[in-house]
Design a protein around this ligand. Structure first.
Ligand code: SAH
Length: 372
């Protein structure tokens, strides 16, 4: 990487294959060189052009002048007693976002962010308390996976990466940053990119219905939906975007998504809030909504954060809830809480965000800005 100011150079982590081919052509080289470049970038996690020895010297020099492979800068890294790791990554001089790696015996899941903060104002989410500042760029989204793979190395088995699964469940609403998220998803699943199978990349959304329809046309990844309540009255309160796109419309979009993509099922996330949404009546109402559909419920014990009015449901209440669902024919699992000693659990990612939104959902105004 040369000494030219970073701002003048193109970050190659932000380019899908056709865009990279066009860029390579612009530099006077053959488009197929883009494949070689990608192979260094995504198969070998190599970020130095001078190390890419099968590319001509002149081409490497031109790349160093005009391009860079730049990942978000690490502010801090914390390791949990259970092996979970959390990185705080720089968005600019004052702001930062988070990324979490969750190792399991049979896989390694990286939970990445899509925005600095979030504008959706879900009542039980710590990111929502921070407000929203900006969308992450494609390079910053792809850069998270690249960085984690470089820092974590391989799993020990030959050719195997530490990161086998990517979930967009960190900070932000990925479908509100559609324009930058979709190219990143393509780079994750492209066989010349990270080559992750479509079932190993999961986008989680609070329920931006029009974007679910659009996503179905654009890229094939698994979908998770933050449901959290079985009826509109309660969901309006917990997930305010529900006032714009109520449950019935949301579910229609979900079944459409599966049809379009030949998907197997949708995961519905359901945070367990003591005395709020965790009674057997709620479980039965969920059965009514989901029974007979290709749906799985993932029950998430609420992770508290400073200032929240909610409490986690008791283990017994969660167990009863799960048994009720299963007994009535709906698949349900309980998400194991990981990394809570370092505030890395679901809904605890706060980063450092300077709120720039004047209106947020939940403050009556429903005008959330969503990119085309
Ligand atoms: N905005 C997207 C991506 C965030 S994913 C979405 O809403 O789906 C993070 C998951 O954790 C979501 O299902 C979210 O609702 C859930 N979550 C948020 N706050 C939580 C908390 N405090 N405890 C447990 N889960 C939480």
């Amino acid at each position: 990487m040369s000494d030219a100011p970073a701002t003048e150079r193109v970050n190659l982590l932000g380019l899908e294959r056709p865009a990279l081919e066009a860029f390579v052509r612009e530099l006077g080289s053959e488009p197929f060189r883009a494949r070689q470049l990608w192979s260094w970038m995504y198969k070998r996690i190599e970020g130095r052009f001078e190390a890419m020895t099968d590319l001509a010297k002149v081409f490497r020099a031109r790349l160093a002048e005009r391009a860079e492979i730049r990942v978000p800068e690490v502010v801090t890294m914390q390791a949990s007693a259970d092996g979970t790791r959390k990185w705080l990554l720089r968005a600019d001089a004052k702001q930062a976002f988070e990324m979490v790696f969750i190792p399991e015996p049979d896989r390694g899941t990286l939970c990445i962010s899509s925005q600095v903060g979030c504008a959706l104002d879900c009542a039980f989410c710590s990111t929502a308390q921070q407000g929203f500042n900006r969308n992450l760029t494609t390079a910053e989204i792809v850069g998270q996976v690249w960085l984690a793979n470089r820092e974590l190395g391989t799993s020990g088995k030959p050719g195997e990466r530490a990161v086998t699964n990517v979930v967009l469940m960190g900070m932000g609403e990925p479908l509100a940053n559609f324009r930058n998220v979709v190219p990143a998803l393509r780079i994750f699943t492209d066989d010349l990119g990270f080559d992750l199978s479509r079932r190993r990349v999961t986008l989680s959304t609070s329920g931006l219905v029009p974007q679910i329809y659009k996503l179905a046309q654009e890229v094939n990844v698994a979908l998770a939906v933050s449901l959290h309540a079985p009826d509109d009255e309660l969901r309006n309160e917990l997930v305010p975007i529900n006032r714009v796109h109520p449950i019935r419309e949301l579910l229609e979009a979900c079944w459409h998504y599966l049809d379009e993509q030949n998907g197997r099922s949708i995961t519905f996330e359901y945070v367990m809030l003591d005395g709020v949404n965790d009674t057997l009546a709620h479980a039965r109402a969920l059965v009514k909504l989901l029974k007979g559909h290709p749906a799985k419920l993932n029950l998430i014990p609420f992770n508290p954060f400073p200032g929240t009015k909610y409490r986690r449901s008791s283990p017994e209440a969660i167990q009863r809830f799960r048994d009720e669902l299963i007994g009535r024919g709906v698949i349900a699992t309980v998400r194991r809480t990981r990394g809570d000693d370092i505030d890395a659990a679901c809904g605890q990612l706060a980063g450092r965000v300077i709120n720039r939104t004047t209106v947020r959902l939940g403050n009556k105004n429903l005008g959330v800005t969503v990119q085309p």
